[in-house]
Design a protein around this ligand. Sequence first.
Ligand SMILES: [Zn+2]
Length: 288
Amino acid sequence: MTNRNMNAPGYCDRPESNRIDRARDRDSDSDSDRLERFARHIILPELGGAGQARLGQSRIVVIGAGGIGSPALQYLAGAGIGHIVIVDSDSVDAANLHRQTIFAPADLGKSKARLAASWIGRFDPCITVRAVEERLTRDNAEAILSGADVVLDGCDNFATRLAVSDSCVALGVPLASAAIGRFQGQVANFAGHLPDQPCYRCYVGDAFDNDDCDTCAEQGVLGAFAGMIGCFGAMQAMRILLDGVAALGDPQWGRLHLMDGLAPSLRTIRIAPDPACTACATVSAASG
Ligand SMILES: [Zn+2]
């Protein structure tokens, strides 16, 4: 820990030991440089200096560096989220490139998590970033998710989504969930560990635990729409991080935003907690 001002907006708090290129850092991470970098954030009354400082101190885990995750990661890094973990076991395929625009043809066959981490490292050396080249399961979830301020799930199958959600409930970590199917996008924030709040399993039920479908391959996906929903998910995750600090910080727990990308239109519904939910009913009752 250094003696620099932790309250400085966008403060770069990456430990000295993590710095790959200290000469480059000296040119890019001064407090004045960070103020300039995030000036258009800080001037927003809904975010402000306190909000930017909170983002700089926050930890997010992003599940999936695909059609949802790659645009989300670009804007989470752009927002100066201080600590980012990327979980993805896949490698880049040519059919990914039309929507996963942080990757290029030279990346084919390489690890998405590692490439995304490299992209963030080049984009903002002040961000600490870690690539987890594994699929999140119930066995490794605690090690990966513990200590996160929020998890953003943009993965491509229900089995992983339910494992992520159940683990978030058990660990007390809020979840931002973003998904698309053809031209319908769904984005919602969950806090199933809190009393009277639903979790993702309250919404989808128990029927999909073994569902490993890849709907993009089967149904197709429009790249720009995946980008919209990925960015929407990134913004909802930031609402969670800014809760109690900035006016943007209304997490909107349990409100499901449904976007029709063809119309286009947006409607919002409220998800009710399932009193028989196998993931959150006992946990939220105990914490209440
Ligand atoms: Zn639940």
